[in-house]
Design a protein. Sequence first.
Length: 309
Amino acid sequence: MYDQKSFEHEKDILTRIQNLNDKHLVKHIATCQIDSKYYVIFPLANGGNLLEYWKKESETPQQPELILWAFQQLLGITGAIRTLHHDLEGDKNCRHGDIKPANILIFKQDGRDLLVIADLGVSKIHEQVTEMRRSGTDTRATTPAYEAPEVLESTRQGKPRARTYDIWSLGCVFLEFAIWLLYDFTAVENFEAHRSRPLEIPYPNTSFYSINPVGKAEILSDVSDAIEALREDPRCKGGTALGSLVDLIATKLLVIAVERRCKAEELHEELRKIVEYAEQDLSRLLNTTAQPPPVPKVFLPVRKPSKTL
């Protein structure tokens, strides 16, 4: 349900996106007005969202076929973001602005699960590229945990946000996906608990970064620990697809400097190479081990400090 202003905004975005014809971008069925209320009707996501999927499938052993499916879907949603960023008509470009597991829906297509990006209502369509716009960004209806650090960096206040804002958010989701593939949903939840900070600026709760005393963003140490733990996991070493994904997240997605973060086209191309490499031989996805390695501390429950007498 929407008020008139937000309804017209989302209707405009969805109409443009409808013409993109990307199966990983949600398509609306209809819009309507009943009395003073406005509605947008979407198809039912019979598989729920990605967060629910992780929780539901957490106890299922992650077989190579499932891991390959995950990589193929990550490639698909990256392609959808590339389409969103670059393929609108004319000189317009679009940023999603609120990518998170709960906004990635699961539909059944030909008997298989398909990841589809939804909740495009907070998207911003711009007539000019970021470098040419003088006004700042006013979109703030986003989820702090997955928003990019330029939202709070003092040096970027009032500046327009680049489309690579979405790339940071994808990095957050991809990292959690990798944790789920190697461990389980409990590890994802514990990782979130380790990132938890007071609900106050400049430390947004459960974000992947913090703001230092001089107003600059820094990767949270818990996030660095998680990346290092995945890199050191014997299942990821030796040129595996999972190892390559973790390196991609660390070096090109979860990058504080906006200008050093990769663009959607580059990310899609890098992922395409990883997926094609794995499709040729499923043993390239990850190394098999006789026994899973110990769960790293950052994926274990947070230990509360003991009380001293």
